[in-house]
Write a protein that binds this ligand. Sequence first.
Ligand SMILES: [Zn+2]
Ligand SMILES: [Zn+2]
Length: 340
Amino acid sequence: MTEWLPFELHCHTFHSDGKMSLEELALAAKALGLRGVALTDHNTMTGLAGREEVTRKTGIEIIPGLEWTTFFGHMLTMGIRDYVDWRNLSPFHIHRGIEAVHRQGGLVGVAHPFRVGSPMCTGCFWEFEVTDWNEVDYVEVWSGLFPSIRKNNARAFGMWTDLLNKGHRIAATSGRDWHVSDPVSEPVCATFLGIDGCAGGLVPAALDALRRGAVIVSMGPLPTLAVTSPEGQVAGVGDELRLQTGSRSARVAAGADFSAREGQWELPEQKLTLRIVSNAGTLGEFAVTRSEPSASGDISLDGVRWLRAELYGTFCGAHTMIGFTNAIYVRDLHGGSELT
Ligand SMILES: [Zn+2]
Ligand SMILES: [Zn+2]
């Protein structure tokens, strides 16, 4: 049974340009109903000293990380043990750095790829040349507070969709780029990681979820998605659905979990729309409410290589996407049209 735990995956302390200590960050995360954070200070890991003690005191898990902050883009790294130097990375050599992170078992993600760069925010706009997107683990498609209404995030979301359409299996996250713990009026988003048991510790389980694409992003209720193949295989978010026979009809179950971070967001009573989106266009739409939060139906997976759920409604005065799941991938083992 997968448990979806909310994390904030992009945070700074006063070890770079944040205004919080690690303990203050953890306490602020706890107050927002989060289960953990990734500390991604700019070019330093010194803020992680004492992280076990902070976790013991606050109950907040802390994923060790680092935000490479360069003139050519910002890259988030997570799950590394030792500092990985970035200063030799020219615009054409980002893969050297990525390999060094992967050698440590860590993950890399492109931070806020379309945020305005110089002179507003030096290096914030992504300009590194990525020659193999299969080596990039995730893209931070929603950045900042109330991320769904920001134009630069719509571009990042489109970039993620393009990568999926090209056959890459790449995760999408949100990141507040959290620097200050002051209360805010705009909605806070969380990245929910699908934990399938954590005997080895929650931090490795969280990293594993991100690696598998077991990721759902939401500012409010949690959109959920599962697909059952004609042969009875059930695929959840991040999984691969394998089609073994000629049948392309599958059962999709989608829903909204209103208990996710309950009390941390407000939603007027309404019908929310869950749209099932794929490389082959929209596959279906379901209405869900607090009293009827789940729906199911048959869809055709003809030509479908990936699908995800997007949750829409009126949120904080705007009609907007409230959250989205990462992809379920479809592999056709029958038709010989091996696409991925
Ligand atoms: Zn940044
Ligand atoms: Zn940052």
